[in-house]
Ligand binder design. Structure first.
Ligand SMILES: Nc1nc2c(ncn2[C@@H]2O[C@H](COP(=O)(O)OP(=O)(O)OP(=O)(O)O)[C@@H](O)[C@H]2O)c(=O)[nH]1
Ligand SMILES: [Mg+2]
Length: 387
């Protein structure tokens, strides 16, 4: 099978993210360009099928962050140049991060910034912790999410509970994470084959890049597979109500959909038409549907579908990344000691900062209860002064 040459890279972040990426590499079964980033050497030691770069090793000595997102951010800052070098040349980055821990929550936004600076388009998959992991971990993940959304062209959020539901709730808990990894890895693999393999109706990296440029914010991801005489109908039905789409899969809200159809040489034109018509019927009339097919004998007898539902499109003429200015990483995740922290509202008062007041030259900031006391109170509280 000829594969197209692209500058795609699969990137795993944190222990969970690296394991998800590794599962995708395993499911792909071939050379898939992938790299993982974690502070914890032990957590990634079992991953033998992709490169895992231990970040922040000088400071954290190859240990985890113990859930501290400031340490996760700091690790990326410490190894900024090496990470940049490892990611140079990437045009389309598929980032997988498992939120809840310090590396996923803290390092991911910093890594997205590096990818953005390198000019890469970013499709990010972020899992949220199982509810049973506790409220604190879930809330930490929720806090990191807007930063990750802002840093990505498109973001798919997958609560671990939904991945588990897609695996089958009868699965023993001990196997749940591994199976969730396999399910997700297999789905990602379909996406990868779709991009890399020349197809009858092609969905190449260029059209995916174009779609990522047109969209913004969160999107949804679904996969399905069926065999037998009515496999086309069955596969679409499964795709549209997959637990990956959440409890209420409101497909009418999608403004654009990218659908990959992967099958063997036995795929009939009538089946292709059926898949497309059935999915169309579930979508709003104005929704743009982009199709790609891959015929691969590995899938003989099956129809496999992989879809990304984009719910928000950029307004025509809008400049990507110029919609809004988010709070800084330091505002949301906490500052790295000595780091300057300016809230969005305070940054909006740039004219006041330019008077030279604020932080003192060559003196570290003074922190009390998370507040930089070197900034006047009215700046810290975002109070507008009438001048
Ligand atoms: N896929 C996968 N997910 C996991 C695994 N262990 C934990 N998770 C999920 O990933 C989330 C983040 O945990 P970790 O990946 O261990 O955290 P981290 O980002 O490495 O950060 P720290 O371990 O706190 O330094 C957890 O809340 C779980 O939901 C695993 O072995 N595989
Ligand atoms: Mg870890």
């Amino acid at each position: 099978m000829i594969e197209k040459q692209t500058n795609l890279m699969l990137i795993g972040v944190g222990g969970g993210g690296c394991h998800f990426a590794s599962a995708a590499v395993r499911a792909f079964g071939g050379a898939l360009p992938a790299i993982g980033f974690d502070t914890d050497a032990l957590a990634t030691r079992g991953i033998g099928n992709m490169r895992c770069m231990i970040i922040g090793a000088q400071r954290f000595d190859g240990h985890g962050t113990g859930g501290d997102s400031v340490k996760g951010r700091q690790a990326v800052r410490d190894d900024h140049e090496a990470i940049r070098a490892a990611l140079a040349g990437v045009r389309l980055a598929v980032v997988v991060t498992a939120l809840g821990g310090g590396v996923g929550n803290g390092a991911t936004p910093e890594l997205l910034q590096i990818l953005h600076d390198l000019g890469a388009h970013i499709l990010c998959f972020a899992t949220l912790p199982f509810e049973l992991e506790g409220r604190e971990r879930c809330q930490a993940a929720e806090r990191a999410l807007p930063l990750i959304e802002e840093g990505s062209d498109a973001l798919v959020v997958l609560p671990m509970d939904q991945l588990y539901a897609a695996v089958g709730v009868q699965t023993p808990l001990a196997d749940a994470i591994r199976q969730a990894e396999e399910t997700f890895g297999a789905g990602l693999t379909l996406l990868w084959r779709l991009i890399l393999t020349p197809g009858f109706i092609s969905l190449d990296p260029e059209s995916i890049l174009a779609m990522l440029t047109d969209t913004k914010g969160r999107c949804r991801f679904s996969v399905a597979s069926a065999t037998g005489a009515s496999r086309a109908t069955e596969a679409v039905a499964k795709l549209c109500c997959s637990p990956l789409l959440g409890p209420t899969p409101a497909l009418q809200e999608a403004q654009a959909v990218m659908l990959g159809i992967l099958a063997g040489g036995d795929l009939r034109l009538a089946e292709l038409t059926e898949v497309s018509q059935q999915l169309r019927a579930a979508l709003a009339p104005a929704c743009e549907l982009r199709l790609g097919t891959v015929l691969d004998e590995r899938y003989a007898g099956h129809i496999k579908l992989v879809a990304i539902f984009f719910d928000v499109l950029r307004e025509k003429g809008a400049v990507p990344g110029a919609e809004s200015e988010p709070d800084t990483l330091a505002d949301v995740l906490g500052p790295i000691p000595g780091e300057r922290r300016t809230s969005r509202r305070a940054r909006g008062k740039a004219a006041i900062r330019q008077t030279g007041q604020g932080r003192f030259k060559d003196v570290d900031a003074t922190w009390l209860n998370g507040e930089d006391l070197d900034h006047p109170t009215y700046l810290r509280q975002g109070i507008t002064l009438d001048r």
